[in-house]
Ligand binder design. Structure first.
Ligand code: PLP
Length: 394
């Protein structure tokens, strides 16, 4: 059966060049990067090359890159580390996040609240964009951290980081951004953005899973999350995941080389998919702003279509996409992001994310466009809700 993968925001396939770059470190170059002998030095050299490659993608200094186990760890390390290291006059601390952050940020912030640290979650409008003025209004004398994502994983909307970075700088508040969905897809320049901390993850840019990085601006106070040996300049102990890090480095190098051509190619494919669905499938709408948005992402609401059923039906026809609903303990909760932009539970549950990637072709989009209207029509034809809501339908 033909398989079309339109769930690249969940994860991406490892690029063949990345796999080749990783292989030696799983086989002959197996050394521990902390060993001083030849084997160790081979591994160490690979880690340092990867540090340069990741730094180049972010316009950062190599010394400011710390390797981690992925986006979740980078987010935890930033938030918990910055808050712990911060000092305030009266000892109380306050953190600002947005209501559309990934769970890696949201749940970390919740853990701070349980420890008595105040957290403000800045709301977004229907466009799915944070207003920098709201961030500024939320700043208090004891605010120690602002954590606002760069691109939202469900909607693709790109947040105004430059303005928020400027505000954070003016108020001398440490500024973290979860840029897991942005890195490799849009240009990221840590100087322009004014971030002190920035999280990224290899598996979102055609690298391997379980490895990521954190950019830490020189001079940023950050308490360590883990304790152990002296790896990563004492910021992150544990034997380096050399194959993973080499893979991340190669993925970063490839992303930097391909970004200028890939972004418009993906935007054109995404727009064709979105425009055609909106034009030809009745009762559907895009969720969130058209721009500024990742070139690879569209989130569409198909009224009277149950998202889970849609994803399963699409899968049976070979197309992978995802719903905004997160399945937890047997119940399907509507996505907090879709609720945050004002969607009802029913609307959130009928929303579908299509996310494209480097492997997506014109033919993939043609096939998806063939399948989507058929699946929507079939699901609506068996929906009693649709029949009662749209009486002309028999
Ligand atoms: N932040 C965002 C915005 C994400 O989309 C993801 C992954 O879905 C993460 C963080 C977590 O990254 P990882 O899977 O590397 O832990």
């Amino acid at each position: 059966m033909r398989r079309v993968y339109l769930d690249n925001n969940a994860t991406t396939p490892v690029a063949p060049e990345v796999f080749e770059a990783m292989k030696p470190f799983l086989v002959e170059d197996f050394g521990n990067a902390s060993s001083i002998h030849w084997h160790g030095q081979r591994a160490k050299a690979a880690v340092e090359t990867a540090r340069e490659q990741v730094a180049a993608l972010l316009h950062a200094r190599a010394n400011d890159i710390v390797f981690t186990s992925g986006g979740t760890e980078s987010d935890n390390m930033s938030i918990l580390g910055a808050v712990e290291a911060a000092e305030t006059k009266d000892g109380t601390k306050h953190v600002i996040i947005s209501s559309i952050e990934h769970h890696a940020v949201l749940h970390t912030a919740k853990s701070l609240e349980r420890r008595g640290i105040a957290v403000t979650s800045v709301k977004v409008g229907p466009q799915g964009l944070v207003d920098p003025a709201d961030v500024e209004r939320a700043i208090r004398p004891n605010t120690v951290l602002i954590s606002i994502m760069y691109a939202n994983n469900e909607l693709g909307t790109i947040q105004p980081l430059e303005e928020i970075g400027r505000l954070a700088g003016e108020h001398k508040v440490t500024f973290h951004s979860d840029a897991v969905q942005a890195v490799g897809k849009i240009p990221v320049d840590v100087e322009k953005l004014g971030v002190d901390l920035l999280s990224l993850s290899a598996h979102k840019l055609h690298g391997p899973k379980g490895v990521g990085a954190l950019y830490v601006r020189k001079g940023t106070h950050l308490a360590p999350l883990f304790f152990g040996g002296h790896s990563e300049r004492d910021r992150r102990p544990g034997t380096e995941n050399t194959p993973g890090i080499a893979g991340l480095g190669k993925a970063a190098e490839l992303a930097a080389a391909k970004l200028a051509a890939e972004a418009p190619r993906l935007a054109a494919l995404r727009d064709r998919l979105e425009d055609s669905i909106l034009a030809h499938v009745p009762l559907c709408a895009r969720n969130g702003a058209k721009e500024p948005r990742l070139p690879s992402t569209t989130n569409i609401r198909f009224d009277h279509v149950e998202g889970e059923g849609f994803v399963i039906s699409m899968d049976l026809k070979g197309v992978a996409c995802s719903t905004g609903a997160a399945c937890s303990s047997g119940s399907v909760d509507p996505s907090h992001v879709l609720s945050a932009i004002g969607l009802s539970s029913a609307q959130a549950r009928s929303s579908i994310r299509f996310s494209l990637g480097r492997m997506t072709t014109d033919e993939d989009i043609d096939y998806a466009l063939e399948v989507v209207p058929v699946v929507v029509e079939r699901l609506r034809s068996v929906s009693p809700h649709y029949k009662s809501a749209v009486p002309s339908v028999k």
